[in-house]
Design a protein around this ligand. Sequence first.
Ligand SMILES: *Cc1c(COP(=O)(O)O)cnc(C)c1O
Length: 403
Amino acid sequence: MKSKTGKDRSITQKWSRQTQMVRAGTVRSDFDEMSEALILTSGFAYDSAEEAEGRFNGEREGFVYSRQTNPTVAMFEERMALIEGADVGRATATGMAAMTASLLCQLKCGDHVIGAEALFGSNRWLLDELLPRYGIETTVVKGGDLSAWQTALRPNTKVLFCETPANPTLEMVDISALADIAHAGSARLIVDNVFATPILQSPLELGADIVCYSTTKHIDGQGRCLGGIILCDSAFDEEYLYPFYRHTGVAMSPFNAWVMLKGLETLPLRVGAMCDNAEKVAAALSAIVEDVRHPSLPAFDQKELAERQMKRGGTMVVMTLTGGRDQAFAFLNALEIFDISNNLGDSRSIATHCWSTTHKALTEETRMALGITPGLIRLSIGLEDAGDLIQDLTQALKTVQNR
Ligand SMILES: *Cc1c(COP(=O)(O)O)cnc(C)c1O
């Protein structure tokens, strides 16, 4: 192996996360390139029939087919595994491919799953629609209510699934307490860590068994590529995840993995600056709008938990306008910098009306119960100047004040 690459875990494990984000997982080819090589290939050629046979039966090391593993994707997986403290990472085509695979790879007919009720719309669809179709029972509970998880636990409960902070309400779940509940039964805890990012929260260190990301969000962070990743231990990977991953074809493309590797290099800088901006925006908004949510605000209802399990409050700010849908739409239409869009974690600030877009698939009743009201606006705070962002939000609020 070449010196100064990020492949050898006896070396890379000693590095701090900041160094790992830039260098871990890197393997240089014979050309000694600085930037990670983009190995855009579906397959690999073998020097001999014996070599092909050996790689297929696992006796020889090397790549076989990019549906299973690819050198560029493997660099991204190794870097993410190091950052999260996982044995293994498996990168997927989208965030939803990661969520779906993390569930389906280990579940069968007759199993039971408990999920937090406040989830990304497609995650809720997996629990409410997809799993029951295959005879897998699901229960949703209020994420912050630990006794509700405990009560819902059954002998056949195999998975507890949560997002924290949840999209879009920022409701939090106590990861270590939930891990204890899962492990007292025979269940594994899966955490969708998209909102917190690897920078602000480490679910595996808190006791979770599996952590999933949509890397489309902060990890790319520049609105270019879709992607996801599942991180877990080797035993789970060998028994459940890898067989499912290689045979169902959920893999990430090498090109997208290369973009994600570039994204990781600047992730701590971007998330740090976005958190700075989000704190400033939340403080300014809370002086003019009654209902503003961000973990840095004194009025945040789960402040103790936020401070215990996250390093900072994150890049998302949520506010609710009292004038409902009409006022929310007028506000969005008056914005000059913020884009009306549904992505998040981007370097560009984005405003989303969750009621009519990202969470529209949920029934009106469910949306209301989750606090996703017609007046709710989710703000993903980007890397622009905080003063400009506050000015934009303030002028848009002024134009709708009297509606
Ligand atoms: C976006 C998102 C997903 C899905 O990711 P895609 O890359 O869009 O498939 C899952 N969970 C959360 C919390 C998200 O924000």
